[in-house]
Design a protein around this ligand. Sequence first.
Ligand code: PEP
Ligand code: MN
Length: 340
Amino acid sequence: MLINMKPDATQKEITHVIERIKECGYQAHTIQGNERTVIGAVGLNGRGAELEALQAAPGVETVVPITHPFKLVSRQLRPRGTVIDVGKVRLGGGDPVVIAGPCSVESREQLLETARAVKAAGANMLRGGAYKPRTSPYDFQGLGIEALEFLKKARAETGLPVVTEVMSETDVDVVAEYADVLQVGARNMQNFSLLRILAQVPRPILLKRRPSATVKEWLLAAEYLLSGGNERVVLCERGIKTFETETRNTLDLSAIALVKELSHLPVLADPSHGTGRRSLVPAMSKAALSAGADGLIIEVHPCPERALSDGPQSLDLPSFAGLMRELRLLPIATPVGEAA
Ligand code: PEP
Ligand code: MN
């Protein structure tokens, strides 16, 4: 249920409603808007009839059911949308955010060269995998802590906040120590024990959609994070499995528009994994932003033909700068290829 307080409700009235929600067996999630306070009452096995009766409590304007199975991620709760601040970067703040970098961190030089170039081209954050979820156990698995150290160095030099994947419950502490944003990869979207742990971590989570997950399942996965205490969740559409084999995945643009309707959380698009082909990345980047995405996460490598993972979908450095220019996100004063 959503309890909409009147714009002039007093703190005492708000506190009373929160206490009653708890007495009825629900958790209370308070959202302080510009005009009014909204309180979400969520949970299992509460006394619903008593909650509805709060309609008569002082300071309450309306008590309305949350119509979707996901509650805390629902746009009903925050009609204006959520902005997630990562340093100076504002995800969901209106300006598109671009996260760029290699699929895998392969060496200090590869990462620093990429970080400097994407920064000069106007990227807002740096990505790079340290722990890689690979289909084959014989493929490059990532450099682990060494890669996290390189990411730290790249952040110190460029000022770009760092996004990297946490693959397993045992790596959460170390990844959280180094990363500004923790990525949950597509394969782990419904790893509920991992999500429960990440709900307790004081870092934003980038939650990728599993290639076979419905939008409802994806939003319910995000609900695990919010209901467990982590409200800083960014969704990422990275392509789904369809009958099409010419592309690696099918970037589900309608899901981006739909999620913006259903949820208040920021949504990014990953046109690299979403297509598997570098030639399609520019068109799909523009399409995703037109569909309402709050930003993009793009794989970039100084020499894609030598990449240890996802070379065919990685842009080289000039192509990334060219895309940023097309998107009108390249900083005008900064020459391409030079660190700012
Ligand atoms: C990645 O970002 O490199 C990655 C492995 O993504 P996904 O989980 O979407 O496949
Ligand atoms: Mn990749």
